[in-house]
Design a protein around this ligand. Structure first.
Ligand code: UDX
Length: 442
């Protein structure tokens, strides 16, 4: 059995590489020829720990190939994973153009029975739509091949995606066909044998599971952010609150880390899409709506916190550490850092910033706007950022920011303001170096 993965973006590439690691022959397909040429020559379009190793090993023993020839992939692979983007449209709903095109192409090129497995996050009901599109194309060609549609949502976290794929909390399979469920079990047998729970359900339920998980996690982060904001004026330490909350097994300790708000390619997009779906069917999700608003407000609150302590932002230089939406990735999509930079600059501040691997992407984003270009300077390390700044602000919890030379930072800063928006430091440690410490909810 040969597997095609259509879309060599973040999810597709990790899926393709990890399926080859599980022993399958995989063909990764993308219409971006530069990307495919790069991958064929060992150049990865994304930074993801462990991925390069797997791709190198699997490609060397021909278990993983890359192509831009979709026709060849659909003709030669019985199992086809779809992992193309479903970005937000202006109204918050998911843009399904790519996935619809892929469904048409599958119907157009398939030459026998196929299993079509969707990994992209899509509105409930899209699996059925994919099935109708493929069938329409087959009817138009006047051929009669059977196919199954399966929803197999991914729960990969950037920076941890390989580990998440190979050691998932669960595998979700949504299908109306018992035979297809059997083949999915075969594909993931190695995980099943390790004791990974499988949830086998119907198509629409699997599609909903993905949205419900992301919306719940986004709400959980937002909840602790709001509790943290409330802790500050009341003199409460949110660390102790989160610790005690997390020890309640019904709540659990993960995703209770306050900060400048969630970002990334999934939570913002998927919460918006879920709200849009709920409105379309007249069952509005007010909690998710509030989460989106509170998460956006959190970014502005962080700027207000800095402005409040500094007595305004006009003419001030603010140093930012961390630009990516989370550590161990170069992804800046919907990163709180971008909103915070924009707001700082709009309020008359000059920004200096550093990120271990997100600099290139940020440089492109800065270049796209003249005002940003004039008011933001990217630096090559933490100390260059701190030099002559009125405040230093940690925005992303990169491990290396845990070991700053605080005496050096104090000596470099024009004013001793240290904003730790990921609560990485103990107040006492920072204050011992003559800095003024501000966390989130501390
Ligand atoms: C998320 C989901 O976790 C994953 O299952 C899904 O497949 C894709 O979306 P990802 O976006 O890679 O993964 O990152 P994640 O680790 O979930 O963090 C998302 C955002 O929440 C980051 O901006 C992070 O900084 C923030 N976050 C997370 C917090 O602010 N506090 C927390 O306690 C946890």
């Amino acid at each position: 059995m040969r597997i095609a993965v259509i879309g060599a973006g973040y999810v597709g590439l990790v899926t393709g590489a990890c399926l080859s690691q599980l022993g399958w022959d995989v063909l990764c397909v993308d219409n971006d020829e530069d990307k495919i040429n790069g991958l064929t020559n060992g150049v990865l379009p994304i930074h993801e720990p462990g991925l390069e190793d797997i791709i190198f090993r699997s490609a060397n023993c021909q278990k993983l190939e890359f192509t831009s020839d979709l026709e060849w992939a659909v003709e030669t692979c019985e199992v086809i994973f779809i992992a193309v983007g479903t970005p937000s449209l202006d109204d918050g709903s998911a843009d399904l153009n790519c996935i619809i095109q892929v469904a048409k192409d599958i119907g157009h090129f398939m030459t026998g029975c196929r299993m079509v497995i969707n990994k992209s996050t899509v509105p409930v009901g899209t699996g059925h739509t994919i099935g109708h599109i493929i069938q329409r194309e087959l009817d138009r060609r006047q051929v009669n091949y059977s196919f199954d549609i399966i929803s197999n949502p991914e729960f990969l976290r950037e920076g941890n995606a390989v580990e998440d794929f190979l050691h998932p909390d669960r595998v979700v399979v949504g299908t109306e066909s018992e035979a297809a469920a059997g083949i999915m079990i075969k594909i993931y047998r190695a995980l099943l044998e390790k004791g990974t729970p499988f949830v086998i359900t119907n198509l629409v339920s699997a599609e909903m599971i993905k949205y419900a998980c992301n919306a719940f996690l986004a709400a959980k982060i937002t909840f602790i952010n709001e509790i943290a904001n409330l802790c500050e004026p009341l003199g409460v330490n949110v660390r102790h609150v989160a610790l005690a909350m997390g020890l309640d097994r019904r709540i659990g300790p993960d995703f209770l880390q306050p900060g400048p708000g969630y970002g990334g390619a999934c939570f913002p997009k998927d919460t918006r899409a879920l709200v849009s779906i709920s409105e379309q069917v007249g069952a509005p999700l007010t909690l998710v709506q509030a989460t989106i608003i509170a998460n956006q407000n959190q970014r502005f609150k962080m700027v207000e916190k800095i402005a409040g302590q500094l007595g305004g932002l006009y003419g001030k230089t603010i140093g930012l550490l961390g630009l990516t939406f989370k550590p161990n990735t170069d992804d800046i999509r919907e990163s709180p850092a971008l909103t915070i930079i924009e707001e700082l600059v709009n309020r008359g501040a000059f920004v200096k910033a550093y990120d271990p691997i997100g600099i290139e992407n940020t440089a492109r984003w800065i270049k796209a706007d003249k005002h940003r270009e004039e008011n933001v300077k990217l630096c090559s390390d933490e100390y260059e950022v701190a030099d002559q700044c009125n405040a230093l602000v940690i925005l992303t919890d990169w491990k290396q920011f845990k070991n700053l030379d605080l005496s050096r930072i104090k000596a470099l800063l024009a004013e001793p303001f240290f904003f730790d928006l990921r609560n990485m430091y103990l107040r006492q440690t920072v204050e011992e170096h003559g800095l003024r410490y501000y966390g989130v909810g501390l």
